[in-house]
Ligand binder design. Sequence first.
Ligand SMILES: CC(C)(COP(=O)(O)OP(=O)(O)OC[C@H]1O[C@@H](n2cnc3c(N)ncnc32)[C@H](O)[C@@H]1OP(=O)(O)O)[C@@H](O)C(=O)NCCC(=O)NCCS
Length: 154
Amino acid sequence: MVCVQPASLADAEAIHHLVTFWADRGDMLHRPLGEVFESIRDFKVARDSGVVTGCGALHILGPDIAEVRSLAVREDAQGSGVGAAIVAACVAEARSLGIERVFALTYRPGFFEKQGFRVADVMEFPQKVWSECVRCPFFANCREIAVVLDLRQP
Ligand SMILES: CC(C)(COP(=O)(O)OP(=O)(O)OC[C@H]1O[C@@H](n2cnc3c(N)ncnc32)[C@H](O)[C@@H]1OP(=O)(O)O)[C@@H](O)C(=O)NCCC(=O)NCCS
């Protein structure tokens, strides 16, 4: 049973450390500590005996769409359902807010497919591309893959 909770300001440095660890290895994009503080209300953390073992954020981009971002699990906690539990908590929050689509840009599309997402064209998310991606140094050579989960009723 993985415990996922809203992050507190006291978790910001642990979140920054975790994201930096994987970003240094090329698995995700860096997030400056200041940006983690600014978006701390977006973040959720998983804990084991009080220690942060994983993090992820649900960032709202519009009335019907949100992004799961900065998803990272400690190396020694991987493969035990932490990542899946954080994504599930983000999706549950999105549902409760009436959000229709949750997407992510990721180097690990297979992980998200296991959580019910499908691979998508990034241009399905113009809010992201034209507000944030254009400012990213990797914009011209982006290797991230878009994935989306549709929460609308069939
Ligand atoms: C990708 C990541 C978040 C997965 O977290 P995790 O806690 O190890 O994953 P879980 O244990 O919750 O795995 C859930 C399921 O996804 C599968 N899975 C995990 N990583 C996967 C991957 N890279 N590709 C495909 N499937 C994967 C697991 O086998 C498991 O399958 P099951 O439900 O059939 O048992 C984690 O490996 C990580 O932090 N990686 C470094 C940062 C990163 O790549 N972030 C990705 C978002 S940008």
